[in-house]
Design a protein around this ligand. Structure first.
Ligand SMILES: NC(=O)c1ccc[n+]([C@@H]2O[C@H](COP(=O)([O-])OP(=O)(O)OC[C@H]3O[C@@H](n4cnc5c(N)ncnc54)[C@H](O)[C@@H]3O)[C@@H](O)[C@H]2O)c1
Length: 339
């Protein structure tokens, strides 16, 4: 898989697509409303079928996968076809899944349009959808042919989604590269390429998440539980907001289980309050949030496993944590970060 980066990265698309006969662009309604003319002129001289699904996390559904498969079938897509996933993590997750399962797999490329997708979701070949309100329960590993990152798309992204990506980018500071500790809401553009390359490097060592790649789940056990819990509520959380909260819980548990210096918990609390928006956690119910953790893919023998750290850049995987401590680590979030 290649990652192309920069303002002319987009031009790569024409070169990459020379090997195919049919082209499909999958995107969501928000992106289509802003970029429809760009999509129309995306592949000059080549016929391109547009597939547009509703925006947002709830679109990562089996119904939308069927919608995409139907569009591919109607247009007689085959192994000579390429799907271009133009969008955020929602689009790369569902698009990669639909493309990789249709006729045992057609090629796809990811063109991320959100910060979160540029620095994480579009890279690494984890594709999937939500099922029965649980995050990413159905999916597979299948890498895109290429990822084409053009930060010009961020000009139209709203502040909430920028900050969501910023939060996910901060994860690298704790598990991989302490230079991300300098990241903030003013300087994040400088970190995008490094973040994308960090993800790519980690995935390069361990595509199927049997070892090193697990570190990228830092903050995600509680983060995914929160995201699922708030998914159908009016005060939904973005993926990055949920992970940002989950990372605080993980640092809290790291102090208790891995001897992390408490100063990092205070550092992150200040970073969170200084850079991210105040969150609305109305309806917070620790037991209900905890119940989502029992479906976490990383559980072993039914017991939750966490990625924790003993210091920045010193992750520890598969740490077993007691139910009481997990609930404490969830409960503390309400007092610290809710409006
Ligand atoms: N596969 C992975 O490795 C991986 C990693 C991290 C996250 N994810 C997944 O990614 C998803 C979250 O991704 P996301 O934060 O990109 O959310 P998203 O794709 O839902 O996009 C957020 C919002 O921004 C809009 N949008 C996208 N690009 C835009 C642009 N350039 N201008 C204006 N609006 C734009 C979208 O329409 C949507 O409303 C979650 O489902 C998460 O589970 C996957």
């Amino acid at each position: 898989m290649n990652i192309f980066f920069g303002e002319d990265a987009y031009a790569q698309l024409s070169t990459l697509t020379n090997n195919y006969d049919k082209y499909f662009v999958l995107t969501d309604e928000n992106i289509y409303s802003i970029y429809s003319s760009m999509i129309a002129s995306m592949l000059p001289g080549k016929e391109c079928v547009k597939i547009v699904i509703p925006s947002g996390e709830e679109s990562k559904s089996i119904e939308n996968v069927m919608f995409i498969w139907n569009k591919l079938l109607e247009a007689k897509a085959g192994r000579d076809s390429l799907m271009i996933n133009l969008g955020g993590g929602t689009i790369s997750d569902i698009g990669g899944f639909a493309a990789s399962t249709y006729k045992r797999g057609i090629d796809f490329v990811n063109v991320p349009t959100t910060l979160l997708a540029m620095i994480d979701a579009s890279i690494g070949g984890k594709n999937g959808i939500n099922f029965n309100n649980y995050k990413n329960q159905i999916g597979l590993f299948s890498e895109p042919q290429s990822v084409i990152i053009n930060t010009q798309f961020l000009k139209t992204l709203n502040e909430r989604d920028i900050l969501s990506g910023l939060a996910e980018m901060m994860k690298y500071a704790f598990v991989a590269d302490a230079s991300f500790l300098d990241l903030d809401s003013d300087n994040y553009m400088e970190f995008i390429e490094k973040a994308a390359m960090t993800k790519d490097e980690i995935v390069g060592f361990d595509m199927k998440e049997s070892g090193l790649r697990k570190i990228l789940n830092f903050g995600h056990t509680i983060g995914h539980a929160l995201e699922s819990y708030y998914l159908e509520k009016d005060n939904y959380l973005t993926h990055g907001e949920a992970v940002a909260l989950g990372m605080y819980s993980s640092l809290y548990l790291s102090v208790k289980y891995c001897g992390l210096d408490e100063k990092w918990l205070f550092f992150y609390e200040m970073w969170f309050k200084g850079n991210l928006n105040v969150l609305n956690l109305n309806g917070f119910d620790v037991d209900a949030i905890y119940s989502y953790i029992s479906h976490d893919k990383k559980n072993k023998g039914g017991k939750p496993r966490f990625v924790l750290i003993s210091a920045p850049e010193k992750p520890m995987t598969d740490v077993e944590v007691s139910e009481d401590d997990i609930k404490d680590a969830i409960l503390i979030l309400k007092n610290k970060f809710s409006e």
